[in-house]
Design a protein around this ligand. Structure first.
Ligand code: ADP
Length: 472
């Protein structure tokens, strides 16, 4: 029938516009490497901020003692306590997750950090470390704060802007460690913020603690970001940057990457225009958990407007973010013969009922297109980093080659990956892994290993607190 034909055409068009053949992915790889270069060459030289982290020595496994970490960065707030025993061993590891109350995400910095300090205090008291008399310290705190921060040292930095739905205006351009430290003393907690890190940097730290071949880290959760170990002399915008190791971790803030080679559709354009941060975080809006479900909602809405196959137009379909990414993933991964999970989620979250199996199949198809594109673009981003540091087997781009590595001579290279999309969404993870191998080709792919780091960013921050307190 005509209506059915319209829907099929709409899905085909969407699939075509969102397609990521390997040739296009290679263009994204090149664009990523070029933008990385530009971002390192001058301040504001690229949409990639390529921020200095002042982390020049990654944990090497020798760290010892009890450390705490806080992780603020998305839907959940996490508090961690780890006990390190040297020799790459983690003797103890406790994590507590708490949702951040919605109203605090747009409140004042004082209210926000008071909540965090109180939660930490409660946690420390329950864990029973007597900080005052402790032999193993337990006073040093790593702080993972996954928003763009301009660091001034390994333990200080100012917030550049909010992302992922946060908007505590009085914090922008303030030192986030100072805000936290003040809240800690208001609450009578004698702890010292020894390391301020981005989540991707925390992930890289724990990756390196466990496996010294880890050179980069990627987070794909509510938002997305990446960091990697760069040579200090490649950071052209910071002439004469001296570090003890000759290297420095660079926080790319890759969520803001943009290239004309990205397969952008009309749905992406609408999503961006209606977002809290239009023209910002373009890569993130195609890849991360905050947005994927909403892209699917937009496609279903268009299909529903243009045909009657979803029944009368549901008002829920016009509500932003009603269809979360985990729900979208659950529809995508529905393996029941009649797609009953799809039917249930459509009914419960979108008020769409009694649709035939072939329409449910269309919905699954849309989820697949959105997720596949996201995973493959993230894969291209990862290979872009490897290209920049000469680990993609092509010899790198001019100036980006690491000494001693020539094309054809590959070293084992590990990328640490964290975030709910990669750890909990199996199809996403498979698409991503598959695309990395496809772009690299069969000769190089075996040298590149993606390793899951669950809770890595928090543990890594605690480890960085350890390595930075030991030296101070
Ligand atoms: P953060 O909010 O700090 O990024 P996570 O890394 O745990 O925390 O990522 C959470 C995000 O991952 C959620 O917002 C959601 O979008 C996505 N996510 C979590 N679980 C799943 C899942 N099973 N399927 C798809 N997406 C998921």
């Amino acid at each position: 029938r005509k209506q059915w034909w319209k829907v099929v055409t709409a899905v085909d068009e969407f699939e075509e516009a969102a397609s990521t053949p390997v040739g296009r992915l290679r263009q994204v790889v090149d664009a990523m490497a070029v933008e990385m270069h530009a971002g390192l060459a001058s301040e504001g030289g690229s949409k990639l901020k390529m921020l200095l982290t002042f982390v020049d020595n990654l944990p090497d496994g020798s760290e010892n003692g009890i450390y705490y970490a806080l992780h603020v960065g998305g839907t959940n707030f996490r508090i961690l306590r780890i006990q390190l025993g040297g020799q790459r061993s983690i003797l103890g590891h406790d994590v507590e997750r708490k949702p951040i109350p919605q109203h605090l995400m747009t409140s004042t910095s004082e209210e926000f950090f008071d909540f965090i300090a109180l939660s930490l205090k409660d946690f420390v008291e329950r864990k029973g470390d007597n900080l005052q008399f402790s032999q193993v310290r337990g006073k040093d705190l790593g702080f993972t704060f996954s928003f763009p921060v301009k660091q001034t040292s390994v333990s200080s930095g100012t917030l550049i802007k909010w992302t992922k739905g946060f908007a505590i205006e009085d914090m922008v351009e303030k030192d986030v460690v100072e805000c936290l430290q003040k809240a800690l003393s208001r609450r009578g907690l004698d702890m010292n913020v020894a390391a301020l890190v981005n989540d991707s940097v925390g992930t890289l730290a724990v990756g390196h603690f466990l496996d010294k071949d880890t050179v980069a880290a990627v987070v794909i959760g509510t938002g997305t970001n990446a960091c990697y170990l760069e040579r200090a002399d490649a950071v052209i915008k910071c002439q004469g940057l001296l570090t003890t190791s000759g290297g420095m971790v660079i926080n790319m803030e890759w969520g803001n990457f943009w290239s004309s080679h990205l397969p952008r559709t009309s749905y992406d354009i609408d999503l961006d225009a209606e977002s809290q941060n239009p023209n910002d975080q373009g890569f993130e809006k195609m890849i991360s958990g905050m947005y994927l479900g909403d892209i699917v909602r937009r496609v279903i809405r268009r299909m529903s407007l243009e045909s009657g196959i979803f029944g009368p137009l549901s008002s829920k379909l016009s509500k932003r973010f009603v269809l979360s990414t985990p729900l979208m993933a659950a529809m995508h991964e529905d393996d029941s013969p009649d797609l009953s999970e799809v039917a249930k989620i459509l009914e419960e979250t979108l008020d769409i009922r009694d649709i035939p199996l072939k329409v449910r199949k269309i919905v699954v198809k849309v989820c697949d297109v959105v997720t596949r594109r996201a995973a493959r673009l993230a894969a291209a981003g990862i290979v872009g980093i490897l290209k920049k540091i000469g680990r993609d087997g092509t010899g790198g781009i001019a100036g980006g080659r690491i000494k001693g590595i020539k094309s054809g001579k590959m070293r084992r290279t590990v990328v640490a990956v964290e975030g709910g999309l990669y750890t909990s969404y199996t199809i996403f993870r498979e698409y991503l892994n598959e695309a990395v191998a496809e772009i690299l080709g069969e000769d190089i792919a075996p040298y590149v290993i993606l390793k899951v780091m669950e809770d890595g960013s928090g543990i890594g921050a605690a480890m960085l607190a350890a390595s930075n307190s030991a030296r101070s």
